[in-house]
Design a protein around this ligand. Sequence first.
Ligand code: CA
Length: 225
Amino acid sequence: MQTDAPIVVIEDDPNIADLVELYLRREGYRVLQAADAEKGLGLVARERPRLVVLDIGLPGEIDGLEVCRRLRASTQVPVLILTARDGEIDRVLGLELGADDYVTKPFSPRELVARIRAILRRSEMASQKQADVLVSGEVEVDTARREVRAGGEVVALATREFDLLSYLASNEGLVLSRRQLLDAVWGQGWYGDERTVDVHVRQLRKKLGDKLPLATVWGVGYRLG
Ligand code: CA
């Protein structure tokens, strides 16, 4: 887990979002805001945050509960939900959908921060134990040894191929665009052609064969697992 990974706040009320951001910044956390579900899901896919603060009542077609469901289906990021005082059902549903904790509005920012610290302590301790080897299908990506095994056999990969595969594996189940992959693997300052990604994917498929559960998502990008 990168320690500079941000906390993403998905909340449509700018006053609440700013308040949460202010208190978290004071504690030294980097904070990114999203005012609706779509932006929030995009931010999470791109930034790989250490935690998501998620409002249940969001504008548009996707509410916070649906966001929670989608996050849980595709990532292990801890989620703290914000619910209205009378939102008993949302609270229960949110926890059933895999949220780690909840805070009821109106809330004390100090309490919110304390809850967040507690969740982060738990999740970062748990992830340290298992973050070194990512597994997808029959492919294992050992990030500590920079080694890839397919069906138990070590496969030699070029540096970028390894970096691309390990980024896909750490975002297993998420659809990643070519642009996102370029930014993450080649760096934001890299102004190459997005077809570079396709070339490297082709190499990965050639080397790992059908052991690699990598899907091309037409018009978007790629998804592992
Ligand atoms: Ca709201």
